[in-house]
Design a protein around this ligand. Structure first.
Ligand SMILES: O=C[C@H](O)COP(=O)(O)O
Length: 245
């Protein structure tokens, strides 16, 4: 079963709760064979949890601190996300790695915090255009996988997301062969890092996934779902991507 997760990033005020309600209604009226997650801004999680109830949409955060509590002004902890109603949390998104200087070690510490709070992490990796053009995409991304996943993930539910930075919000996407190549390499790195275990964490694709390209991307081997930014903001578009799964 594919996992399709919407990441609203820093978008969404109270009226946007209606989009979440519309998503729930559509999925209840016509259920899908997919797991669906939605990661709104932290300010909306608690209200959205009431709106979504125990329905088909799981809530997530977009980041968390690596400490459970303390003097960290402005930060949100993993227990706070869980308390508000989240079950998932996106970690290591390139907008955090690039914009806030998060290292692989920082991401690994946040993954441990998420697991302590009972959250399911979605760990993001992805190369810049410069790295891809230098022929280093696979080496770069697999190095991120090896360094961002702590031992604590063994036998715990989690997902990875491959998001080429140059495809995020640009309308550009890699070819299906390029997606297949990186996803296969991520799977190998994952097995090398954490062993086969009993589970097979999904590897999501993210970066300009839209209703009209979702089906072909989701059919690529080792693409276990999607991490959707812009196209998750409107329930109609997001539902079309979910149904493509
Ligand atoms: O987390 C989502 C990704 O950054 C993709 O964003 P996008 O679908 O707007 O390109």
């Amino acid at each position: 079963m594919k996992l399709i997760v919407g990441n609203w990033k820093m978008n969404g005020l109270t009226p946007a709760l209606e989009e979440a309600g519309a998503l729930r209604q559509a999925l209840e009226a016509d259920p899908v064979n997919a797991r669906v997650g939605l990661c709104p801004p932290a300010t909306l999680i608690a209200q959205m949890a009431w709106k979504l109830g125990a329905g088909p949409v799981e809530l997530g955060g977009q980041d968390c601190h690596d400490k459970d509590s303390g003097a960290f002004t402005g930060s949100v902890s993993a227990p706070m996300l869980a308390d508000a109603g989240a079950r998932l949390v996106i970690l290591g998104h390139s907008e955090r790695r690039e914009g806030f200087g998060e290292t692989d070690a920082d991401v690994a510490a946040k993954v441990e915090a998420a697991l302590r709070a009972g959250l399911e992490p979605i760990v993001c990796v992805g190369e810049s255009l410069e790295t891809r053009e230098a022929g280093q995409a696979v080496a770069f991304v697999t190095a991120q996988v090896r360094a961002s996943l702590p031992d604590a993930l063994k036998d715990r539910p989690f997902a990875l997301a491959y998001e080429p930075i140059w495809a995020i919000g640009t309308g550009l996407t890699p070819t299906l062969d390029q997606i297949a190549e990186v996803h296969a390499a991520i799977r190998d790195a994952l097995v090398e890092r954490l062993g086969e275990g009993g589970r097979r964490p999904p590897i999501l694709y993210g970066g300009s996934m839209k209703p009209d390209n979702a089906a072909e991307i989701l059919a690529v081997p080792e693409v276990g779902g999607g991490l959707v930014g812009g196209a998750s903001l409107k329930a109609d578009d997001f539902i079309r991507i979910i149904r493509a799964a």
